[in-house]
Design a protein around this ligand. Structure first.
Ligand code: AMP
Length: 187
């Protein structure tokens, strides 16, 4: 089963992704984690993206698409993909469709975890203390939220037409969100 978790930073995508990975024995494909790993390894890509990421802006579609291709075509991960933080632009959504088509896969569910700005701010501030993430300064949080909402609106429109799209109230407790997801996937 392939699932897209969609929603602004702090909506709980990572938490639900980890739950689904365990339940379905799948793989979490977090572009944020993949990009942070490039920076940590000081790779050529890492050097290119460090400023953009610290500034709360989106990394270019070319770079993200290139890193994602490896994941989609990994035979071990076939039909076991939990996308967390991808796609975030129409270009990425179309690229994902092409990659899935050519690897004989499809998306089974798209879950949109919807939360308002106030809830997000509270959650990310808490996460900053727990995880000490360097890109989580308050200004950056707000910029990331606004960037997300502006850039991903067309992506939301792209997916929300399909019957496998479900909007879930992301301000609910973690377990309530998990229960709702479980009801939809029904496994
Ligand atoms: P996240 O961990 O998903 O909140 O992502 C952290 C940061 O990584 C974002 O603010 C972006 O700078 C970058 N990033 C993650 N995923 C993507 C993506 N699909 N497209 C562009 N930039 C991304």
């Amino acid at each position: 089963m392939n699932i897209i978790l969609f929603g602004p930073p702090g909506a709980g995508k990572g938490t639900q992704a980890k739950y689904l990975v365990k339940k379905l024995n799948n793989f979490q494909i977090s572009t944020g984690d993949i990009l942070r790993e490039e920076i940590k390894n000081n790779s050529d890509i890492g050097k290119k993206i460090i400023d953009v990421m610290n500034d709360g802006r989106f990394v270019s579609d070319d770079i993200v698409n290139q890193l994602l291709e490896k994941q989609v075509f990994d035979p071990q991960k076939k039909n076991k993909l939990i996308f967390d933080g991808y796609p975030r632009s129409i270009n990425q959504a179309k690229n994902l469709d092409l990659l899935l088509d050519s690897s004989n896969q499809k998306i089974d569910f798209v879950f949109f975890l919807n939360v308002n700005k106030e809830t997000i701010i509270k959650r990310i501030q808490k996460r900053k203390i727990l995880e000490k993430r360097s890109d989580d300064e308050l200004d950056t949080i707000l910029k990331r939220y606004d960037t997300y909402m502006e850039t991903t609106k067309p992506v939301l429109d792209f997916y929300s037409k399909n019957s496998n799209f479900h909007e879930i109230d992301g301000s609910d407790e973690i377990e309530q969100i998990t229960n709702k997801i479980d009801t939809f996937i029904n496994v």
